[in-house]
Design a protein around this ligand. Structure first.
Ligand SMILES: *[C@@H]1O[C@H](CO)[C@@H](O)[C@H](O)[C@H]1NC(C)=O
Ligand SMILES: *[C@@H]1O[C@H](CO)[C@@H](O)[C@H](O)[C@H]1NC(C)=O
Ligand SMILES: *[C@@H]1O[C@H](CO)[C@@H](O)[C@H](O)[C@H]1NC(C)=O
Length: 279
């Protein structure tokens, strides 16, 4: 087996990138499903487009698994060749495999892009204000031991068997989860991302991806922190207005159409002031 084959492990697809030669400042990893072609294409045109903010380069890659529809594989193969922004492994793409999908992203960072300063994990129905995110990360002036997002400090297992988030006593006996950040969008400094990846092999598997990351952080004794004194990461929908969206990092349940509209308005009004809303 060649060196590169061995290094590639069991990845089906890898982005065409060399982080050692041209390290990004921030890598955004977006969980996506094979069939979500439209949302990927809109993300590539909006916040996921490679760009520099304050001289810091941001790149976005998609995390994909497998399904049982051969047509989807063909489409994604062509997409991968064209955009070279897909990270894929051969596991079944189900909600309860989201933990595997996220760990695949961290494995990729660990093996191929540990030169980046920060790693964000988010979902494909999220609006991400990458401008404000970089601004706040620079203001924070810390590139190690950082984990941030929409903090969930007192989460607990839902014991109602009818819920999407149902967790049995066997899966998680405790009454509370350790502090974690909503899977809709969280950011690690790369040292933390790497440590989480390493410790994840020892932490018992848990199907809720964001809680699993919290369990890894607890093992590492790293606490999630706010990035700013005002709330900026929202795991829910935030009603759109220009001034509001300038001062948030994430908003949820955004359709591809809204994504295009909101992003274009945001970029067009980049240098307009919002009175009384100093960040
Ligand atoms: C994906 O899943 C299908 C159906 O289970 C399987 O036939 C195929 O080998 C898997 N892997 C790839 C790379 O398509
Ligand atoms: C996760 O993926 C693996 C590998 O494809 C599969 O065997 C397993 O059934 C999946 N788990 C769930 C909960 O879907
Ligand atoms: C950032 O932190 C470094 C070292 O911790 C310090 O030397 C520098 O002055 C800080 N810069 C700003 C803008 O706060």
């Amino acid at each position: 087996m060649s060196v590169s084959k061995r290094r590639n492990g069991d990845f089906l697809k890898l982005p065409d990138t060399d982080c050692s030669r041209n390290p990004p400042y921030l890598v955004i990893l977006v969980t996506s499903q094979l069939g979500q072609i439209k949302s990927r294409s809109v993300i590539r045109e909006t916040w996921g487009k490679e760009r520099e903010v304050a001289g810091k380069r941001i790149v976005t890659y998609f995390l994909l698994g497998n399904n049982s529809r051969p047509d989807d594989q063909i489409v994604v193969s062509m997409e991968g060749l064209r955009y070279k922004d897909i990270i894929q492994k051969d596991f079944m793409d189900t909600y309860y495999n989201l933990t595997l999908k996220t760990l695949m992203g961290l494995e990729w960072i660990h093996k191929f892009c540990s030169q980046t300063k920060f790693v964000m994990k988010t979902d494909s129905d999220m609006f991400i204000n990458t401008y404000y995110l970089v601004e706040l990360l620079l203001k924070r002036n810390r590139t190690t031991r950082l984990f941030t997002g929409a903090l969930k400090m007192h989460g607990y297992p839902i014991r109602d068997p009818g819920s999407k988030w149902f967790v049995s006593k066997e899966e998680y006996p405790g009454n509370y989860y350790p502090p974690f950040c909503s899977g809709t969008g969280y950011v690690f400094s790369t040292d933390v991302a790497n440590e989480v990846y390493t410790v994840s092999k020892k932490v018992p598997f848990f199907k809720l991806e964001d809680v699993f990351i919290g369990l890894c952080l607890a093992e590492l004794k790293i606490k999630p922190e706010e990035l700013h004194s005002e709330p900026t990461f929202f795991s829910d929908w935030v009603e759109f207005s220009i001034c509001r969206y300038k001062k948030i990092i994430t908003s949820h349940y955004i359709t591809p159409k809204e994504m295009l509209i909101y992003w274009n308005i945001l970029e067009r009004s980049m240098y307009e002031e919002c009175l009384g809303q100093e960040g």
